[in-house]
Structure formats: structure tokens, C-alpha cells
Design a protein around this ligand. Structure first.
Ligand code: C5P
Length: 219
């Protein structure tokens, strides 16, 4: 992996889950560990990129030499991404963004009482699709975690969100993807695909960045 692979390029990465508040003490979230996104940030630094990491709440150490922007909700994450987009060459959306948020955040803690209550939810903005739709979009890379017809769904997602590349993984396989140390992925772009065999997330991250650099240069 040549160290100057992405020299001088500005890379922005989203990582981790988002947290969607219900009231001052409760939230909806998911089990994303942030490991893949943090591995990508460390690998981007190693490749010589000026690297920004926009992350939901996780317990990982922030890699050295990364500009770090912690956020909570999907809307916070979108605002942080839009702040960075003008200065961004390559945008990698690795975050597990909550698809929905509570329609209202209660100002006070919700009291227990009724046997049954319901919680109206509204759609969150799609961050990577929003970034891909700005006037001068960066080279935009998304992730697709699927349990069936992985490549077909991933390619469809890439086209629908107008991404330059998508990294597909089969989350129904044991020991890879969500919350694990290893991953195995297929990288898809308009004119090709490449499968990476099971490896640590840092090694997968390095190979993803190599592929990004190659396709980015050809663009
Ligand atoms: O549509 P789906 O959630 O499967 O798409 C996954 C890809 O889209 C990932 O790259 C994820 O980071 C991104 N995404 C996003 N904002 C959302 C939902 C997903 O950036 N609200």
C-alpha cells in the first residue's frame, strides 16, 4: 500500500450509529460499533489523506491525525457532513444512520402509566444521497449491508443514491460485518466489481481505499 496513495486528498468518513432522542433520557439507536469507519479513517491517514471522521457515539479511540467531529442524531450528522462537503474530494458513508426518528422529542421524561403507548416515527434524511446530490459532489462511496441478493440490492442502491461506488457485505454470514472484527465485501462501481476475501477490518479498509484511489483517478 503506497503511503502517498491519497496524498493531499481530503477524505470525509461517517461512522458509527446515530442516536435519536425520545426525551431527555432516552433514545433509539442500533448496535453499530463504528469499527469499519474508524479502520477506514486510520487507513486514509496512512494513505496520506487529510482525513475527517464524523462519528456517532462509539467507544473506539479516535485514530491519530484525524479531524474528529462527534455527533448524535442523523440530522446532526447531515449538518456536519454538509459543513465539510465543499472541501471534500472523497466522501465515504460508513455510518449506520437510523432510518427513523421520533416525530417529537418530549421536553420532559415520558412518565409510565398506560399499559400501551405508541411512538410515531418520521423518516430521517439520507445523508449519502444528499451529499451525492450537491452541486459539485465529491467522489461518493456508500455501504450496503444485505442479507440476500447482496450484489443486486447493492447495485440498485448505488444507482438510486447516485453513488460512485458501493461496498456490499452479506450480514447474514457469521463473524463478519456488523460489530465483528472482520469483514468480507464486494466493491461495486459503474464499470466493475472486486471481491475482497475475509480479513481484518483494517486490511479490508486498506483495500477499499486502494480501489477508491484507482477508480477516483480514472474518473
Ligand atoms: O439505504 P441503506 O441504509 O441500506 O444505505 C446504506 C448506505 O447509505 C450507507 O452508506 C449509509 O451510511 C448510508 N445512509 C446515509 N443516511 C441514511 C441512511 C443510510 O448516509 N439516512
Amino acid at each position: 500500500f503506497e503511503s502517498g496513495l491519497l496524498a493531499g486528498k481530503r477524505v470525509v468518513i461517517t461512522a458509527g450509529p446515530t442516536r435519536e432522542a425520545l426525551d431527555p433520557v432516552r433514545y433509539i439507536s442500533n448496535h453499530s460499533s463504528g469499527k469499519m469507519g474508524y479502520a477506514l479513517a486510520a487507513a486514509a491517514v496512512a494513505a496520506g489523506a487529510r482525513t475527517t471522521l464524523i462519528s456517532g457515539p462509539v467507544t473506539l479511540p479516535v485514530p491519530d491525525h484525524v479531524a474528529f467531529h462527534p455527533v448524535e442524531s442523523a440530522r446532526d450528522m447531515l449538518a456536519a457532513c454538509l459543513d465539510q462537503v465543499a472541501e471534500c474530494d472523497i466522501f465515504i458513508a460508513c455510518a449506520a444512520v437510523a432510518d427513523y426518528r421520533p416525530a417529537q422529542v418530549q421536553g420532559q421524561k415520558i412518565k409510565k402509566g398506560a399499559e400501551e403507548i405508541s411512538l410515531p416515527l418520521v423518516r430521517n434524511p439520507d445523508i449519502v444521497a444528499t451529499i451525492a446530490a450537491v452541486e459539485k459532489p465529491p467522489f461518493t462511496v456508500g455501504f450496503a449491508a444485505e442479507t440476500q441478493d447482496v450484489l443486486a440490492y447493492a447495485r440498485d442502491k448505488m444507482q438510486r443514491k447516485h453513488l460512485d461506488m458501493i461496498v456490499a457485505n452479506d450480514v447474514s454470514e457469521q463473524g463478519i460485518g456488523f460489530n465483528s472484527e472482520e469483514n468480507a465485501v464486494t466493491i461495486l462501481h459503474e464499470s466493475g466489481q472486486r471481491t475482497l476475501a475475509r480479513a481484518t477490518k483494517f486490511n479490508i479498509a486498506r483495500e477499499i481505499l486502494e480501489e477508491i484511489a484507482r477508480v477516483y483517478r480514472e474518473n
